[in-house]
Design a protein around this ligand. Sequence first.
Ligand SMILES: [Zn+2]
Length: 413
Amino acid sequence: MISKEHIIKRFISYVTVDTESDPESTSTPSTANQWDLANALAKELISIGMKDVTIDTNAYIMATLPSNVEHEVPTIGFVSHFDTSPDFTGANVKPRVIENYDGKDITLNAEQNVILSPDYFEDLLLYKGQTLIVTDGTTLLGADDKAGITEIVSAMEYLIQNPDIKHGKIRVGFTPDEEIGRGAHKFDVDKFGAAYAYTMDGSQIGELEYENFNAAGAKVTIKGKIVHPGYAKGKMVNSMYIATDFINALPRMETPEHTEDYQGFFHLQDMDGSVDETVLKYIIRDHDKDHFEARKEVMQKLTEDFNAKYEREVVGIEIKDQYFNMREKIEPVMHIVDIAEEAMKQLHIKPLIKPIRGGTDGSQLSYMGLPCPNIFAGGHNFHGRYEYVPVESMIRATEVICKIAELTAEKHR
Ligand SMILES: [Zn+2]
């Protein structure tokens, strides 16, 4: 059995180290304090008996659990990230363990009146009677993704202590800077040497994901003409009015607040305007590759139409792809999703397979040659003070990792 106390102790030892990443930094890791946890993790991996433990100059950690079977089994990997989101502070995390949760409001911070309530966060009720780890209401928790690291380390330790469980070679990878979109950037896929891997970075128990958005960013620059307002007739062109027309020419219902599941959108993230110039920043998202391309064309065409109407280049547009749907890379190796699904079913966990309305490091890794679906790590309400994780979900995720390793060896006998 995987001990609850052991999991709690390990998790708390990680979240109490501040590893907030910083999008403004150009170094890797983006913040020096990520080294504190990275170095500790490398030591811990050695101490539990992992082999080939390496930590490179960018703080990427890799380690091996050697096969304990005679027959050939493809090498599988498990990946998570040790940085936390810059959206909310990760310094001085003071986790609190709540035993036998009673399904009522949890006062995170009486002084500041911060309440974690099932009236607002209904998911809490799924965990009545379980052990929750919560914040003190002033920081995030860091279950994203230190729950994932806890589970991977604990699973490796369990497999080492229980050699009767048969498995092939397993690789473990821990990355910095996932929260600022760079976790995969310096991940050495060749060195990792796995046929495929799983990121342990999902939320609710049962989550299994292999589809995410195709993503692009668009910067639209609208040029006006500024003249003295008292003498502007027939001369002034106010870029903010043109920007408004541009915004309204895009389908109003195809926005984040009106879409769900597989529906894509245009999202106006930011606008900054004056008479002379207005800049609009959009993100474009769609699971379907053709629809994604069509959305980019819609914006391109709109730009041309405006320029034709004004008989000058009044609108300029720059569209940049950001990441792509991993589905394309997972479908040819669909058995890796099937094995994860079967592992959950054997453990009586109901698989929740749904498209991600965002991206993961796994999507980038999949395009770098390491197909990489995403599995639940157990936490909820990421990137803020209401973040929490049920300890039971971390234990179940640990069991899923062990079961995937076991099933993979079994299927290749
Ligand atoms: Zn994460």
